[in-house]
Design a protein around this ligand. Structure first.
Ligand code: NDP
Length: 251
């Protein structure tokens, strides 16, 4: 796919060591965009590093926990050492399954801290790193921010956090529109990643059956729409959410 992205600039990708974030990072590198990959301090960054060396494009490793506002700001600002930050994709996220009458405060906080606060802290730092020069941010929300998933263990904290990501993306998109920073979200349906790999085969088969297109997505099918939203093809798109769910939320 050809996408209209600026060459030689930097994209910060949180959760970029694996899954959807890694696919986004690989696609960006393949399009000549430098990647500053932010993931947990002990993450395995070898896949993104090897993509960077095979494309001959620079890559920076930013080790931080997205729940730590100060650490996120510190490492994101260092991304400018390899070039001007113009793009950001916030993918770091976790799930947390439990019936609501049993969810402890700590478990609720664990999910919301990563999935909502972590996205906000990343956006704040990325906006600062863009230094008034404009840019484009895409936050990975979920179709679970729009609907309640059926046939799975309840995960109200996850859905609530993802609904929050959709709204915070709209809010920041409006707040930063006049300074040329676009902010959008993408809401994937079920995707084959580590997050879903631990499911029993019959669970993923149910997910596929429930999806109008009859299957789960591959990571690249999420990465490509993300790159579209980042690029100039989406120059007049901000403060919106793009559902990439194989039709799931339409029925
Ligand atoms: P993965 O678990 O494969 O990747 C998520 C990455 O984020 C991991 O490298 C993970 O590190 C990292 N991460 C998690 N918590 C933190 C943290 N506190 N600080 C820094 N990094 C962190 O997930 P996916 O690629 O599947 O998911 C990416 C995003 O897409 C998530 O926001 C998810 O909610 C969303 N999504 C996924 C769907 C799916 O079906 N897979 C569907 C809809 C939305 P570690 O491995 O150490 O935890």
């Amino acid at each position: 796919m050809t996408v209209a992205l600026e060459q030689g600039v930097v994209a910060v990708v949180t959760g970029g060591a694996r899954g959807i974030g890694l696919a986004v990072a690989q696609r960006l590198l393949g399009n000549g965009v430098k990647v500053a990959c932010l993931d947990r301090p002990d993450a395995d960054y070898s896949a993104v590093q090897s993509a960077a060396s095979s494309y001959g494009v620079e890559c920076a490793i930013l080790r931080a926990d997205v729940r730590d506002q100060t650490a996120v700001r510190q490492v994101v600002l260092t991304a400018t050492e390899i070039g001007p930050v113009r793009y950001a994709v916030n993918c770091a996220g976790i799930d947390g399954l439990a019936p609501s009458d049993q969810v402890t405060g700590a478990e609720w906080k664990r999910v919301v801290d990563v999935d909502l606060d972590g996205v906000f802290f990343a956006c704040q730092a990325e906006h600062e790193a863009m230094r008034g020069a404009g840019g484009s941010i895409v936050n990975i929300a979920s179709m679970s921010g729009h609907i309640v998933n059926r046939g799975v263990d309840p995960h109200v904290a996850y859905g609530a956090a993802k609904a929050g990501v959709i709204h915070l993306s709209k809010g920041l998109g409006v707040e930063w529109a006049r300074e040329g920073v676009r902010v959008n979200s993408v809401s994937p349906g079920y995707v084959h990643t580590e997050l879903t790999a631990h499911n029993a085969p019959e669970v993923n088969a149910t997910f596929a059956r429930q999806t109008p297109m009859g299957r789960m997505a591959q990571v690249d099918e999420i990465a490509d729409p993300v790159l579209f939203l980042l690029g100039t093809g989406a120059a007049f798109i901000t403060a919106t959410d793009l559902r990439v769910d194989g039709g799931f939320t339409a029925w």
